[in-house]
Ligand binder design. Sequence first.
Ligand SMILES: [Zn+2]
Ligand SMILES: [Zn+2]
Length: 280
Amino acid sequence: MFEGRKLALATMHQKEKVITPILENELKVKIVVPDNFNSDLFGTFTRDIKRIGTQQEAARKKAIAAMDILGYDLGVASEGSFGEDPSIPFVQSNLELVLLIDKKNNLEISGYAHSSKLKMEGLYVNSIDDVMTYAKKWGFPQYGIILRSNKNGKNRIYKDLYTENDLIITAKKLFSRPFTKKIFIEMDMRAHRNPTRMEVIKQATIDLIKNIKSTCPKCATPGFVITSIEKGLICKQCSLPTDLPKYEIYTCVKCKYSQKKLVTQYGKLANPRYCSQCNP
Ligand SMILES: [Zn+2]
Ligand SMILES: [Zn+2]
């Protein structure tokens, strides 16, 4: 379905380094990144440009923009988000989405990966020594560091700092402004300055390939994936249904054929620990 086709990859932060080898090898497509593609228009992690819509919508807009520039009917974009971990309260986690759009076959297939290793950290500091301390703590220079006059302002945001000297000169410049006692330092979450995030994007690309290879048993369309979950795994102790998933429902995006598969990761019966009767 994809072999020999050209695919537009929407990125300005070198995500092609991890995405291109996997997709070209697995799908036999030819990937092109449009020149000067400005993905910042669709939102930034530095809060100066707000993302409009959901993670899925942002990725879709980026992919379509790149496809339009190149005139292709196949495109991929990725979009990251940071928020509270769905399974561990108060722990921040990073969710990466890699989305493939195929206009010719009217398909949209997603791949996801999730990591709680990466935190989005930032704080006000009042000396150059503090700037250096936090920069080192957050892995500079392998990891990017951003200096800015305010946590949420649109002006004076310095992102392209590569050496200790860049940090010192920029911090001095910011501190020398009138009435400035503190400046804001934060981790750069852009993929090319954040190896941890780049790795999660790679995992999301691998998940995308897995989902593409999962085809509908009825019509063979790629992207036969879990679309919902049915709760009610039976408790080992009291035999009542728990909130743990019992079935995963797979649905074909094209012909709507669906299949129920038993969830196996929690065993045949639920641990009473997850039962609201036995462990209220
Ligand atoms: Zn189907
Ligand atoms: Zn029970």
